[in-house]
Design a protein. Structure first.
Length: 393
């Protein structure tokens, strides 16, 4: 990838300064940030991958968490283009566990207080996070765990929290357990976060009759040359240590030899991938460039437009401020100005700005806490947007 031509020296120096200052200010232990404008790329690196250990490098690997979601959607959309799935077909053909659903009368109510689902769940419902199950803000503010939250935890579904790949059961067991629970909302009624991407991974594996990790590799990673990306670190020694801030300093969440050092039983399509800055830039550029043979331009356009209806927007339960002022496409948030993006709760951020032919990726190993992501994420994005001219046609 060309790191010079097409990105001016002033912008390169500005990005370098921002990432260096973020480490000096204690925002993050380390950071790798990349911007891609057309065929030009600039990557800035600062800090350490592990305190007392390795420095950050351009090739450092990160747990990209929810940036996995748009990649999962892209792999499933490739299957739809290949005729293995239909976007509006009921999922019960391959996921019988989701047939004949019951729906809670109240999301915080008893598990037995249900009504029948009004219609089957479709592939589109999973792609748009409107199939009726997932996270919403009020469940985290409740004085006592809602029955559905307690049941999901007891079943070890890992769907109402950050990714935990080393703890989940195999996909068939996971799917069978999820099938025991009622939905929180009627299919197609409300946007609910996360679980849709996890199910898409199981659906994709059954559609292709192979593990989801293999589907992801064949449909997306290999065609794009994303050799650093997978559900386990290709080289654990290159994986940054994951940290969270605590009153006493930085607390280790996951070391290089931890949960992402070996293939998981459940390849989590919502948050399980490890990747590098160049690989995430390759994914972003694929979408900006109209699919690059991985997806058709029309499919990219559908993926990156707001798919939520006015009724679905009006029905979003309060408490998830990150959807305010945004739409939702297929596994990706969509803003009114045409930008589409998503961030990862373990400290990563990705944005595509089609009007400027610009992809911006910021990778840190700092867990997103009550203060939100590290300020370096927005600082790099804002600098890149200010330093790149609008796209010309």
């Amino acid at each position: 990838m060309n790191s010079r031509h097409g990105i001016g020296r002033e912008l390169r120096e500005r990005i370098d300064h921002i990432v260096t200052a973020a480490v000096e200010q204690g925002q993050v232990p380390g950071v790798v940030a990349g911007i891609a404008h057309g065929g030009a790329v600039h990557v800035a690196v600062a800090g350490v991958a592990t305190f007392g250990g390795r420095r950050m490098t351009r090739g450092t690997l990160f747990r990209i968490a929810s940036i996995t979601k748009p990649m999962t959607a892209a792999a499933v959309l490739a299957q739809i283009e290949a005729g293995l799935l239909g976007v509006d077909e009921p999922v019960e053909r391959l996921l019988p566990e989701l047939a004949d659903r019951a729906v809670l009368r109240r999301p915080d109510g008893p598990l037995a207080d249900t009504v029948p689902a009004g219609r089957p769940i479709t592939v589109r419902d999973l792609l748009t996070f409107t199939f009726g199950f997932g996270m919403q803000g009020a469940m985290f503010a409740a004085a006592q765990p809602w029955p559905i939250v307690a049941a999901a935890a007891e079943l070890n579904l890992g769907t109402f929290g950050p990714p935990m790949p080393g703890t989940l059961p195999d996909p068939d067991t996971w799917m069978a357990r999820l099938g025991r629970l009622p939905l929180l909302a009627q299919p197609g009624e409300r946007w609910l976060y996360q679980t849709g991407s996890q199910i898409l991974g199981v659906l994709a594996a059954r559609a292709d009759a192979r593990p989801f990790a293999d589907v992801m590799r064949e449909r997306l990673l290999t065609p794009l040359g994303m050799d650093d990306t997978g559900f386990a670190a290709v080289e654990p020694a290159r994986l940054a240590t994951a940290y969270q801030r605590s009153p006493g300093g930085w607390e280790v969440l996951d070391p290089p030899g931890g949960q992402w050092s070996r293939p998981p039983a459940f390849a989590d399509g919502s948050g399980g991938l490890v990747s590098s800055v160049d690989d995430v830039l390759r994914f972003g550029r694929m979408l900006l460039d109209g699919g690059c043979g991985v997806l058709a331009p029309a499919t990219v356009a559908e993926m990156t437009r707001d798919q939520l209806t006015p009724a679905q927007h009006a029905a979003v339960w309060p408490g998830f401020s990150f959807l305010e002022g945004r739409g939702w496409g297929y596994g990706v948030s969509v803003l009114d100005d045409g930008r589409y993006s998503w961030d990862g709760g373990l400290g990563t951020a990705w944005s595509n700005i089609p009007a400027q032919d610009l992809c911006v990726v910021v990778l840190t190993q700092r867990f997103v806490d009550q203060d939100g992501p590290a300020p370096v994420c927005d600082a790099v994005l804002n600098a890149a947007r200010a330093g790149v001219a609008p796209r010309t046609t």
